[in-house]
Design a protein around this ligand. Sequence first.
Ligand code: IMP
Length: 201
Amino acid sequence: MDRIVFATKNKGKLKEINALLAELNVPVVSMEEAGITADVTEDGTTFEENAKKKAIEIMNITHEITLADDSGLEVDYLEGAPGVYSARYLGEDTPYSVKNQHILSLLQDVPDKKRTARFVCVIAAAFPDGRVFTAKGTMEGIIAREIRGENGFGYDPIFYIPQLGLTTAELSPEDKNAISHRGKALTQMKELLKKQLGVNE
Ligand code: IMP
């Protein structure tokens, strides 16, 4: 096997993934590099369903080991919203400054102990022989009182980690990767792939 395909069009994600999976000694390429333009509809109701669906559908085109991820923010006070709809929340093209402000207003006057939230990431691996594996990572925090920080993306400016006294938008990319839902899911997936591919330490 000479490569693994990651079902993403996001170059930033791919760089992060290649760095974390370097130990596998197998290059991870994007859909674009694999010459695939297909779009997979994310119509599942769980992160697992969406990640598996994406990985399997793209693997059916590539016939190579294919990884896919799905992630989002779960806010307990909002019964898990925006969850799997995180990217589409209030509309795909709505700026995150608006989405974040909206969540802050929904949680106005809600005490800290009820502001609990988490980022979730599930990565699925689909093998051409039909095997499918998933790895899940979460990062716990609370919804901040105000937008803070310039780093990261999406909901990072309102995701506050009390133990650090910072939002994830105030962390460097390296510090965020070390504790993030995506970092944890990728580390788990790396171990799983090492086992499946028989890669020694
Ligand atoms: P997807 O997994 O690329 O479909 O992204 C899902 C959505 O979840 C993103 O568009 C963001 O809204 C949100 N999200 C996932 N991970 C993060 C994160 O690390 N920081 C901020 N927002 C995130």
